[in-house]
Design a protein around this ligand. Structure first.
Ligand code: ADP
Ligand code: MG
Length: 594
């Protein structure tokens, strides 16, 4: 026989606590949200043993009047909404009226609170949600909540807690989000008696620099897009500052931290091929949007939100980042000052290299069938200075005139090409520069459905593949052929290489093919499209190496081709191709200026 009963509040709260508070970090989050909703301008967080022994949040917010103290601990009691229509326009962090009763039900909670119009405050102690003491206290306006012995009465939860360092990490993540989204609040954090953070109220800029470090801050570009009802602004990092972890990916929706993988992905997409797919760009982005368009009421901890206009917001993220890159906002530099003028200056400095294409007709002598010569105009001669002379003699009148004005180039350590520009020094990484050139060229060929120039091997090579390699080979065969490889299957897993791309050195064909397959295997789950992956692998493996000596004309040709590229500043993996060192920076190093 069934008996349906209404649960007593203590049990209901404990059940709710299971959802709302799963670990100390959740308590910290709920209490700080309440302080912010109460209008606090100063919040102090005191922790003992990563919050396991004690979490204390002290604020100078509005406080709670003595007649409302009881209500604060009742489930579904909230001062933040009163009408069902309010649900559509929530601007406070809390609104469910669940946190306080839930936390109180699984801890020993003491609250001291004093509202503005009161002469004294109220102190109340609850153990497992049951009030055990109440008295008046003298205190300033505000609220102090201390949560001790979290989960003392729910052993399963308690046992589930991880080491102090893990739990502290969770808290730290929560704190950082508040630090970033509310820079107008000053925070102090004390852990086991040590002050670990002390941030006075500040601007967003200053706060980011404090929380994420000046190095990252200096590598961030401000981005902004305003679509009226929806606005996005914040900071994204230079592609070369992408990291192996996604820790520093912050998105706030109306100042509330949100986790939305699709938006993180949109940012990634905005970077195009500039960031390696195993890396994560760092960013702090604030989305402002009318509350009617958002459903924050998806999960009790409100970390996830749903958008009714998800697609549009995805596009907004993507295009904001993309624009920042295309408008030169994100350039790798030693110093971020004056980056716009810098990029213009570099382009202008090398502008003569963009002269008629015929100038760059370098080939690998003896390897390219004559009919392919013109298609080879993007390649470099790496071993014949005589060919270089041909390069000059084929130039047009105008180009020759310009050559006399060409800037001087130096190669250092057989690795970097340097040149003086008005504002200082520009340094180009020869390998990544060539990689970028080859990458774009390969993609161009692919997109035009054309095969890259190919050379027949005098002595075809057989290659015995492992099963694993063979399967990958079968997958990418179509693209490998477009690269200029001529391959036929012999018996079993043996293949015969009869032709190779024109600019692959004879004897390296097997190695390059295997390297492309390795690259493919290692990067299986990337979002690069297969042909982009092939192009990236091929360019990386086939580009001139760091360590190869280049003649002046080869350097010139490389720069010519680089500046004809769509994206000369980054290699397909997001590594910078060009960096500048400002004169001012050099002067500062020599203590000429302070
Ligand atoms: P919610 O935040 O969803 O309203 P809570 O259980 O977190 O629910 O809090 C219940 C109520 O207690 C709040 O609506 C608010 O009126 C009051 N309250 C909680 N913490 C504070 C605080 N630090 N300062 C002032 N009032 C608070
Ligand atoms: Mg709350």
């Amino acid at each position: 026989m069934s008996q349906i009963k209404v649960l007593p509040p203590q049990i209901a709260n404990k059940i709710a606590a299971g959802e709302v508070v799963d670990r100390p970090a959740a308590v910290v989050k709920e209490l700080i949200e309440n302080s912010i909703d109460a209008g606090a301008s100063e919040i102090t967080i005191v922790l003992e043993d990563a919050g396991k022994s004690m979490i204390q949040i002290i604020d100078n917010g509005a406080g709670i009047g003595p007649e409302e103290v009881d209500l604060a601990f009742q489930r579904h009691a909230t001062s933040k909404i009163s009408d069902v229509r309010d649900l559509d326009k929530i601007l406070t962090l809390g609104f469910r009226g669940e946190a306080l009763p839930s936390i109180a039900s699984v801890s020993r909670l003491e609250m001291k609170t004093c509202a503005a119009n009161q002469t004294s405050g109220v102190s109340i102690l609850l153990e497992g949600g049951v009030e055990t003491r109440r008295n008046l206290v003298a205190m300033n306006v505000g609220t102090t909540i201390s949560v001790k012995n979290l989960f003392f009465n729910t052993p399963a939860r308690r046992n589930f807690l991880r080491s102090d360092s893990t739990e502290f990490n969770h808290i730290n993540r929560v704190l950082k989000r508040f630090f970033l989204s509310y820079p107008e609040i000053s925070y102090k954090t004390i852990h086991n008696g040590n002050t670990i953070y002390e941030y006075p109220k500040s601007s967003l800029d200053e706060r980011i620099s404090q929380v994420l470090g000046a190095d990252l801050y200096n590598g961030l570009a401000f981005v902004q897009q305003d679509l009226g009802e929806i606005q996005l602004e914040g900071y994204v990092c230079r592609p070369d500052l992408a990291r192996k972890t996604s820790d520093n990916q912050y998105i706030f929706l109306n100042k509330r931290p949100v986790q939305n993988r699709s938006l993180n992905y949109a940012v990634m997409q905005g970077f195009g091929n500039l960031i390696e797919r195993s890396q994560y760009p760092q960013f702090v982005l604030f989305l402002k949007i009318s509350p009617q368009l958002v459903d924050v009421n998806v999960h009790p901890t409100k970390m996830e939100v749903r958008f009714s206009i998800e697609r549009a917001i995805y596009q907004l993220f993507l295009s904001t980042v993309r624009n920042a890159i295309q408008t030169d906002k994100i350039v790798p530099e030693f110093s971020m000052e004056d980056q716009d003028t810098n990029r213009k200056e570099i382009n202008n400095h090398f502008r003569f290299f963009k002269s008629p294409r015929s100038l760059g007709s370098f080939t690998f002598p003896g390897k390219v069938p004559p009919e392919n010569q013109n298609q080879m105009d993007l390649m470099l001669n790496t071993d014949s200075p005589e060919k270089g002379d041909e390069w000059q003699s084929t130039g047009t009148q105008e180009a020759e005139k310009e050559i006399t004005e060409q800037p001087r180039l130096w190669q250092i350590h057989n690795r970097y090409i340097c040149s003086q520009i008005k504002s200082g020094l520009v340094i180009i990484d020869q390998h990544v520069a060539h990689e970028r050139i080859l990458f774009e060229r390969t993609l161009d060929y692919f997109e035009k459905q054309k095969k890259l120039p190919s050379q027949k091997l005098l002595f075809p090579q057989t290659l015995d593949l492992s099963l694993e390699d063979f399967l990958i080979y079968e997958d990418i065969k179509e693209w490998v052929e477009k690269l200029g490889f001529g391959v036929t299957n012999l018996s079993g897993r043996t293949i015969l290489i009869e032709a190779i791309p024109a600019d692959v050195k004879v004897g390296y064909e097997g190695k390059i093919l295997l390297e492309i397959m390795d690259y493919f295997r290692e990067n299986e789950d990337r979002e690069f499209k297969p042909h982009e992956k092939i192009a990236a692998a091929f360019s990386c493996k086939n580009a001139i190496k760091s360590g190869e000596k280049l003649t002046h004309l080869e350097m010139a040709a490389l720069i010519d081709q680089l500046f004809a590229a769509r994206e000369p500043y980054f290699c397909p993996h997001g590594r910078p191709v060009i960096v500048t060192l400002n004169l001012e920076e050099i002067d500062r190093k020599f203590k000429r200026i302070k």
